[in-house]
Design a protein around this ligand. Sequence first.
Ligand SMILES: CC(C)[C@H](C(=O)O)[C@@H](O)C(=O)O
Ligand code: SF4
Length: 770
Amino acid sequence: MSTLYDKVFKDHIVHQDDTGSCLIYIDRHLVHEVTSPQAFEGLKNASRTVRRPDCTLVTVDHNIPTISRVNFKNVTTFIDQEDSRLQVETLEQNIKDFNLAYFGMTDDRQGIVHVVGPEQGFTLPGTTVVCGDSHTSTHGAFGALAFGIGTSEVEHVLATQTLIQAKSKNMLIRIDGELKPGVTSKDLVLHVIGVIGTAGGTGCVIEFAGKAIRDLSMEARMSICNMAIEAGARAGMIAPDQVTFDYIKGRPLAPKDAEWDKAIKYWSSLYSDENAKFDKEVIIKAEDIVPTITWGNSPQDALPITGKIPDPKDFTDPIAKSGIEAALNYMGLTPNTPLQDINIDKVFIGSCTNSRIEDLREAAKVVVGHKKAENIKLALVVPGSGLVKKQAEAEGLDKIFEAAGFEWREAGCSMCLGMNPDILDPYERCASTSNRNFRGRQGALSRTHLMSPAMAAAAGIIGHFTDIRKFPYKESKDSPKIQLGGEEDKELQDAVYAHEKAPLPAKETESEKLADEIDDIPPNSQAGSNEKPAAAGASMEKFTVLTSVAAPMEKANIDTDAIIPKQFLKTIKRTGLSKGLFYDARFTKGPDGKDVATDFVLNVDPYNKANIICCTGDNFGCGSSREHAPWALKDFGIKSIIAPSFGDIFYNNSFKNGLLPIRLPQEVIKEKIYPIAKSGKQITVDLVEQQIKGPDGEILVENFEVEPFRKHCLVNGLDDIGITLTKSEYIDEYEAKRKNVFSFIEPGCSVVIPVKGTKKSPYGNTAQEW
Ligand SMILES: CC(C)[C@H](C(=O)O)[C@@H](O)C(=O)O
Ligand code: SF4
């Protein structure tokens, strides 16, 4: 009895060593400019090549301006921001150096990686899909095992086409029944995150199932899996079905003819067996979901549009209470204000969550015949790819938006993250279809509220948040017919906070037991320590015993945007990031515009020299896959972080950089470690003994958990690309089998056709005009 995830994982195991650590094969690797420069540099330094250029597809999305490209000549003249330009130029140079398939800015196929992959048929059911980007979870909508990775892992995949992975837990989220009119997949996923919390899926691969999911289009399914990462999950998956097959058929990189038939046969076996065991199950009734928006700085701060801003007085848990107070303060909101009374300044329709053609159609249906409200300074519509843009223009959607005063742009990440010129000014409030409402996400001091495309468009027309079910649609014969739901408000408003009070019970199941057993196996002495340093890459500083003061932090959901804000991601190096660490918390601007240090804990003696962080709140390092977060921590001198739970990608990235994240029960941290941290006394983290000791050598934690393979690498200072390359015979063997059994995914990008009017080349890259 296997789950969908179990099946896909099993079919990709290249090798499993006696520590239980698995080497899995990666079928599809998407690459963008932000998380790849250091990876390519690593390859070059080690004289390594890209193992499978045919499995590697590259585009540019985060840094590019979204203004008209009519006068585009090349990125050097087109991109004004120096650091953005350098990142894109570096990417283009790497594409040439490694001969990779690339959709550049003159190509209609360019766009946000997570829009491009599915659109091209590069993303296929049952494949493993990775990218140095957390929203790679999007591709799970096809029944692919798709997850974000850090830059070290990008390098690992480029060099070996594999990754070292531990098996995650299985979580089922079943949505029974039917969604009511006016309720979209974005409302559904925001509701789910509101209910389970941003740490609800930690350590799990979530399978979304149930009638409400089956009824959704592929694009709507993608919006759901896209945000699985916001629920803390490693990945989100939906079993492929006829809707999936119909979407893929005929796409440029999809299998054809006999290979198509062979593919369908395999893809049809990809579902969770009837009695398959899930470690966690959540069942939600679709009828209970109403249009949902966020109010705070975490995607779990989701409320029905009929609700009101929470009141900290209603919360007893000190972390939840102070978290709400801080969010209200940042967001400029007053407790108990009805959401629909809140005015906005800007609208952003776009991002890898909601920039596909169906999203634009939904927004256009709302906008048609209306004008944007007077208080709206800017309403941006940014298609997810050049092809989405073309399609929308063919349908006349651009004209509808422009007639209403909305701006129609070129494809890119745009204001989702603001690594490009599209940003909010300080204190501006935005109705946004993106996926993260973290502090400063859309610009310094920006205020982001997440919602569906129809709700964002409607807010742009009315000038404040509004219930789409009451919106006065105009002109369109196919405007949705909507009836309002019954008594939903109070109960729903409470339901979405359930996660603050009672975390979901996690029963010990088969896979958990297996994981525990694997943890008990002693480290494999063959896995690297006897290798020659050149092969095994003994390049990391060793971690054995560390004694230091621990900087106390009493906060949940410390996201990687907070650890290192977006402006510091434009570097092409791994070092020099300590200034950016917790930048918005550590610095404020003085009257002369210069940075002035705040009293943030890491600025204050003795914690300004701390090597350890002790955090009492859940989910440290949630959000983005940026490896810049551990790089910045390391640069500052932090070597270990103790917290009740971590964002999965951050946890992984930390080990790759010689940092030791330690998960401990919250009570243990609060009772035994936090008071010592607060007192400014030192603690000792002993990785060899897996113990934490107090200032007088007393044992505070007898045996903390760490996977044997990770411990082995840290204690010996081993980089795992070297270790994996010693297993290349297993990779060869797997590839031979893949060629035969999974022949339908073999062609990959080798069939990418170069842009018109240029020379042909095997991967389309050398043929492109830059
Ligand atoms: C830049 C990239 C690492 C990041 C991510 O991983 O998510 C970005 O896409 C984001 O949305 O924050
Ligand atoms: S979340 Fe935003 S910044 Fe990240 S990949 Fe998606 S669109 Fe780009």
